[in-house]
Design a binder for this molecule. Structure first.
Ligand code: SF4
Length: 478
């Protein structure tokens, strides 16, 4: 569907957009900077030319190709070109029917030497079909579901929906409901929505005036304080947290994994781990009338508050990095206080359901800029599982365990030999225990404190969640 006729310029900047028309909708394609991309030679296999016919970069014209690659690398380092995402949003009568990154493709080269950016137009046109289909579904949904609720005069339900829509940053969607009901169906729902809006905004305003630094943070209103006064982190529950027996209390940050939010926060995820991800285990898998599914989370129709919160956090991290990190720093301070009061030491897993290079994410604490949160809290322990092989230059208080999946076995063996720990997931508890009993292995189900494991061991974990136990990709062993 060639909705966009006129392409982007031969030189683009983040924020540039083009507009088009398709099927009675207005569509807009916007350029975003992809901050999650690696260096060009880590992004594409065969980037550097090779004389070995078995290598991905094999070429008979070695030197010209070498100079071309060297120039591309220099230009990238000089920010003459960058990796971008193209996101398509759909409008009807000026009402936006898509969330900002719902239909997006990332890790695309913008302003690449010798290119005229024509490929960006191709990507935009490729994304239109899905974006329009989703917009049509949304308008159909508004036609029946919202009207039915209005006719039943369930104001309480409407207020809940409004709060969800606002908390999901989707005020346009709620406004679209008002217009469609009034214009197309002749029912005036404005009064109900006005009440809902007032209550929702009132709910946020409680957090706004005065108070500590985090409360003045514009993001604070989107993340009201929850258990133990935290906005982003989830404290492990006492009865579940086996770490307490060893004097620690774990606090976890959960994002929407892989590309669920429109941003890829798991660059090395495999098909097996995406399908078996912990994101859909325990309470996170339950919703009213059944189970949450990946498609349900994406469409917003079969989901729950846990996933809505994960999506919001992920998008806030990507779109408002400074404010997000300020909230995270405040949460870590609060978690350390809470753990101290309980006679425990706080420790943190920031990649509960993501694989972000936190060592590269700067933050500010007490007016001082730090390279990362670990440097901002040097006496606090951070740890994570990762599938990224080349995370180097880690702070001393950040310990990583490499996570084995169905296609990174060679890397796992290499890293294990170099002294890094490797986590492997086994189908049953009995199998995991059997493995853990062998030399060079530890039982990862005993507790979650991976930074206390000896070096160079395999961490045997049992599969958690229905989907993991059913895995046949090879991600789960046994
Ligand atoms: S990399 Fe980890 S968090 Fe991401 S999809 Fe795979 S298992 Fe889930």
């Amino acid at each position: 569907m060639a909705a966009f006729q006129k392409g982007f310029g031969s030189y683009v900047c983040a924020g540039d957009w083009i507009d088009g028309e398709a099927d009675g909708f207005t569509v807009r394609a916007t350029v975003y900077r992809d901050d999650n991309a690696d260096r060009p030679d880590q992004m594409s296999e065969g980037f550097w030319p090779s004389r070995d016919p078995n290598d991905a970069g094999y070429t008979p014209n070695y030197w010209p190709e070498f100079y071309r690659a060297q120039e591309a690398m220099r230009a990238w380092q000089a920010d003459e070109w960058f990796y971008c995402g193209i996101a398509v949003t759909v409008f009807k009568d000026d009402v936006c029917l898509s969330t900002p990154y719902e239909h997006a493709l990332w890790a695309i080269e913008a302003n690449y030497p010798g290119s005229d950016n024509a490929y960006l137009l191709e990507v935009a046109n490729d994304l239109v079909e899905d974006a329009i289909a989703a917009a049509k579904e949304k308008t159909a949904e508004l036609d029946c579901d919202v009207l039915a609720a209005a006719i039943r005069n369930c104001a309480a339900n409407m207020i809940e929906s409004m709060r969800d829509a606002y908390q999901a940053g989707d005020a346009h969607y709620a406004d679209a409901a008002v217009r469609l009901i009034r214009d197309q169906l002749g029912y005036d729902a404005e009064a109900i929505f006005a009440e809902a809006r007032a209550k929702t905004i009132g709910h946020y305003d409680i957090e706004q005036p005065g108070g500590c630094g985090a409360a003045r943070n514009p993001l604070a209103r989107d993340f009201p304080k929850r258990a133990h006064g935290m906005r982003l982190l989830t404290p492990a529950q006492a009865k579940m947290d086996k770490s307490r027996a060893r004097g620690f209390w774990t606090f976890v940050l959960h994002f929407a994994p892989h590309k669920l939010s429109g941003f890829n926060v798991c660059p090395k995820a495999s098909a097996g781990c995406i399908a078996a991800c912990l994101n859909l285990s325990g309470r996170a898998e339950m919703t009213v009338g059944g189970r949450v599914t990946l498609a349900g989370i994406k469409s917003g129709r079969r989901t729950n508050t846990i996933h809505r919160a994960r999506l919001r956090r992920t998008r806030a991290f990507m779109a408002n990095r400074g404010e997000f990190m300020a909230l995270l720093v405040a949460d870590i301070e609060r978690a350390c206080d809470e753990a101290g009061k309980a006679g425990l030491e706080a420790c943190f897993r920031l990649n509960g359901t993501s694989d972000i290079r936190w060592e590269r994410v700067p933050c500010m604490r007490g007016g001082v800029v730090f390279d990362n949160v670990m440097s901002a809290f040097p006496s606090v322990m951070f740890y994570d599982y990762t599938k990224i092989e080349n995370r180097r230059g880690l702070p001393a208080n950040y310990r990583l365990t490499f996570s084995l999946n169905e296609n990174n076995g060679k890397a796992a063996a290499r890293l294990l030999a170099s002294g890094m720990n490797v986590a492997a997931v086994y189908r049953t508890k009995a199998l995991a225990l059997l493995e853990a009993g062998k030399p060079g292995r530890v039982d990862g189900d005993q507790d979650d404190l991976r930074f206390l494991d000896p070096e160079g061991v395999i961490v045997a974990l049992s599969a958690k969640g229905r989907l993991a136990k059913r895995d046949r990709s090879g991600f789960v062993l046994g």
